[in-house]
Design a protein around this ligand. Structure first.
Ligand code: PGA
Length: 265
């Protein structure tokens, strides 16, 4: 079956009101938006309201980078799925390696981990909260360099998928999006070779086949690749049969580069 490609830009903790608006304006001028490619921009929480207004007349979707699972209440500093929905957010990244405390460039160490308390359990709660607000989660999974070297790529990813999704039924997951993001390729400039990214994305699709007793589900789910995607490598990655687009960090901060990546999809 033909799955619609999806390209999402993850701005991470970058840009202010003026620079964020300028980037969106430049991107909208350069990008050719097509029916067969979904485009999502995920700015920091501070820019969601402003970007909602600026993206309103385009077909670019608004995404968030994280969410808290409770609907409201005494949770200082957090943002709920209901608040995101109220801002017109349609997609939300969950379980990014950086919120799990696993970094490609900085050391993943005892010093960083305690500040980023994401676990499979919190990821699962976040997905549930997003479903409740009809926001599409983009679940990130991926191995560190040490795990890859130890031959644990598949077991790490299977455990992340199992931990996040075991409480859900196939019917709930029909529009689900997974991003395979090898931690060692994030922000490092080192992209996973396209054949290897395809192999792991096909492993992820296979995981859905084995886990859920619904033959249509694995064909519907979109699996993105993320980790140093740029204009120069996007086409080769997106041409692979099991790679349905990309989650783009650094390169989404450059309007021309991001527009070229979208054109590659
Ligand atoms: P990168 O980040 O493209 O800068 O490697 C990707 C991501 O973290 O989603």
């Amino acid at each position: 079956m033909q799955r619609t490609k999806l390209v999402a830009g993850n701005w991470k903790m970058n840009l202010l009101q003026s620079t964020g608006s300028a980037l969106v304006e430049a991107f909208l001028q350069k990008v050719e938006l097509r029916q067969d490619v979904d485009v999502v921009v995920c700015p920091p929480f501070t820019l969601l309201g402003r970007l909602r207004d600026e993206l309103r007349r385009s077909h670019v979707h608004l995404g968030a980078q994280d969410v808290f699972w409770a609907e409201d209440g005494a949770f200082t500093g957090n943002i709920s799925a209901r608040m995101l929905a109220d801002l017109g957010v349609s997609h939300c990244i969950v379980g990014h390696s950086e919120t799990r405390g696993r970094f490609g460039k900085l050391d993943t160490s005892e010093t960083t981990l305690p500040y980023f308390g994401e676990t499979n359990e919190t990821i699962s709660l976040k997905i549930q909260a997003l479903f409740y607000q009809s926001i599409e989660p983009i679940l990130c999974v991926g191995e560190t360099l040490a795990e890859r070297k130890a031959g644990q790529t598949e077991s790490v990813i299977a455990a992340q998928l199992e931990g996040a999704l075991s409480g859900f039924d196939a019917a709930e997951l029909f529009f689900f999006i997974v991003a395979y993001e090898p931690v060692w390729a994030i922000g490092t400039g080192e992209t996973c070779p396209a054949d290897e990214a395809e192999r792991v994305c096909s492993f992820i699709r296979e995981w859905f086949k084995n886990k859920f007793n619904d033959p249509d589900l694995p064909e519907q789910i979109r699996i993105l690749y993320g980790g140093s995607v740029k204009a120069a490598n996007a086409k080769e990655l997106f041409n692979k049969p099991n790679i349905d687009g990309g989650l783009v960090g650094g390169a989404s901060l450059d309007a021309t580069e991001f527009a070229t990546i979208v054109a590659s999809a």
